[in-house]
Design a binder for this molecule. Structure first.
Ligand code: ADP
Ligand code: MG
Length: 259
């Protein structure tokens, strides 16, 4: 089967007047339809830059990024990004925030309203539909961002550390919700994270990155059924695999790959 996303020998540098910094070097990988892929790595290794390339917000200097076989040149409705800060408009209610994505797409006002209600319901926020973002917790704001992304019926969702600002309980809860929604819609999800547990819980495949310049260091395939038991031996096995990779197990003091 043709992959939905293909990154092919992509490199990216940022230049200023004085210097040039190679942020990503020669990355190649494919993502299949309906897969959840986690991009895991330390802060500054180029995860957000990579996601921006896939989402069409940045262009690679060398190599290419393809979505359904076509070069990615700009953001599209097929592949939507959920940004780190949720990107909600503070002057709009939950409903109106979810409607944003539907406004340029030929829906009537009544259809927009109905569709927004359905997706707000899907993320469990019906009773907050007329609230403003500042009246919501961080977890609820993240749900609104998710509802807005799903309402436009994309094929893929790109998430940049979506649960990083949440407390542990909310984070676990939303990770479960994400699995439920993803599974229900056959959605492809690319999630950037520096949270090892999050990657092991959610991903079919983890791409482990290293820094300076950002590269894929290792690919870890996790075939185990979901939802996964965070306390299981299998779960710990994958955690340890990654801990060892970054020399975080306390058994090795090689400083090269600390997260
Ligand atoms: N727009 C930009 N201009 C210049 N440098 C940037 C820009 N965006 C990111 N960088 C640099 O690229 C590197 C990788 O950044 P980023 O992709 O945000 O990493 P991560 O998301 O893994 O923390 C960092 O060194 C950062 O300073
Ligand atoms: Mg980032």
């Amino acid at each position: 089967m043709e992959p939905i996303i293909r990154v092919d020998r992509a490199s990216k540098s940022y230049r200023n007047a004085k210097s040039s910094e190679k942020v990503l070097q020669d990355l190649s990988f494919e993502i299949g339809q309906g897969e959840i892929v986690a991009i895991l790595g330390p802060s500054g290794c180029g995860k957000s830059t990579l996601l921006n390339l896939i989402g069409g917000f940045e262009r690679a200097d060398e190599g290419r990024v393809l979505f359904e076989g076509r070069p990615v040149e700009r953001p599209t409705r097929q592949c939507v990004m959920i940004f780190q800060n949720y990107g909600l408009l503070p002057w709009r209610t939950v409903r109106k925030n979810v409607e944003i994505g539907l406004e340029p797409s030929g829906y009537t006002a009544a259809e927009r309203k109905e569709r927004a209600s359905a997706y707000v319901d899907l993320v469990g926020l019906s009773d907050r539909i007329d609230h403003f973002p500042h009246q919501l917790s961080g977890g609820m704001q993240q749900r609104v961002a998710l509802a807005r992304a799903l309402a436009i019926d994309p094929k893929a969702v790109l998430m940049d550390e979506p649960f990083g600002a949440l407390d542990t309980f909310n984070r676990y809860h939303l990770q479960n919700e994400l699995l439920r929604l993803q599974n229900g819609q056959g959605l492809t999800v690319v999630i950037v994270t520096h949270d090892i547990d999050e990657a092991v819980f959610l991903a079919d495949r983890i791409l482990v990155m290293e820094s300076a310049p950002g590269r894929i260091r290792k690919e870890i395939r996790i075939p185990d059924a979901k939802p996964r038991d965070r306390g299981s031996t299998q779960f710990q096995h994958y955690r340890k695999l990654i801990f060892d990779l970054f020399h975080l197990s306390g058994t090795d003091d090689d400083p090269e790959f600390t997260i």
